[in-house]
Design a protein around this ligand. Structure first.
Ligand SMILES: Nc1ncnc2c1ncn2[C@@H]1O[C@H](COP(=O)(O)OP(=O)(O)OP(=O)(O)O)[C@@H](O)[C@H]1O
Ligand SMILES: [Mg+2]
Length: 246
């Protein structure tokens, strides 16, 4: 396993330096009063390529806020974020969208599938946006559904699938552009224990066999045990960052 805390710039997929996040909340109902709320405090986090990382912490500790920054869905108020050696603050909106679409696969607790689309089209759609032909997009989507044992559900809509099946579709969708990074915010939060294990086995396989870097938020020790490294947030600060007890 590579070092938990690499220092060489080129070894890092993710390098977060002294990142703080302050939300400004409008408290005036349209007048100009606002109150600032700081939810991340000087967070430092370096993740090498190929690592499988769990982020834990109480509700409100800043896990999703940090994940949104890692996923380039939000920007830090202070500090720096380099993704794959690129300073995110220096990218235009178009470049940021490209990083999100091509380099990062997102998986969420609520699956976030499009309800009126089939499983196949849910998986294929990001490729269509990337300019790939419809036939090629569908072919690649089918191959991914096949890998996760879902090919016979390709024509089903999300409401016709179990939670575990929906999450597998969402993982296929996250993988369709071959991203080096998967960010998963409580991906097993809506699933029973057995189904959660099946989903974690998929993340573990993707990490071990394809070298995909996976960063995953969870509330459960059993889920974190699948990963290599545990980062614990408390009140917006990293208070623990060590190899996971296997
Ligand atoms: N858009 C926002 N505007 C203002 N405050 C926000 C916003 N998003 C999150 N917060 C606040 O930031 C803090 C951290 O929220 P965050 O969603 O990161 O927590 P979390 O650790 O993911 O919690 P949970 O386990 O419940 O998902 C919370 O106090 C929340 O109210
Ligand atoms: Mg959250």
């Amino acid at each position: 396993m590579p070092s938990l805390h690499p220092t060489a710039f080129e070894d890092c997929l993710i390098r977060v330096e002294n990142v703080s996040k302050i939300y400004s909340l409008d408290t005036s109902g349209g007048a100009s009063a606002s109150v600032n709320s700081q939810v991340l405090f000087d967070v430092n986090l370096v993740i090498p390529r190929g690592q499988f990382v769990a982020i834990m912490g109480h509700s409100g500790s800043g896990k999703s806020t940090l994940m949104n920054i890692l996923g380039c869905l939000d920007t830090p108020t202070r500090g720096h974020y380099w993704f794959d050696g690129r300073d995110i603050a220096a990218l235009s909106d178009d470049e940021l969208a490209r990083v999100r679409n091509h380099n990062i696969g997102f998986v969420f607790q609520g699956f976030n599938l499009l309800k009126r689309m089939t499983a196949l089209d849910n998986v294929a759609t990001p490729l269509l946006y990337a300019g790939v032909s419809r036939a090629e997009s569908r072919k690649r989507a089918l191959a991914l559904l096949d890998q996760t044992g879902l090919v016979k559900f390709a024509a089903y809509q999300p409401s016709q699938l179990s939670g575990g099946q929906q999450q597998r579709v969402a993982i296929c969708r996250a993988l369709i552009n071959n991203p080096p990074l998967i960010l998963a915010d409580e991906p097993t939060g809506n699933l029973d224990t057995q189904t959660s294990r099946e989903i974690m086995a998929i993340f573990q396989m993707l990490n071990r066999e394809q070298g995909i870097t996976v960063v995953l938020v969870t509330h459960e020790d059993d889920i974190a045990a699948y990963t290599q490294r545990l980062v614990r947030l408390k009140d917006g600060r990293i208070v623990h960052d060590e190899a996971t007890a296997q």
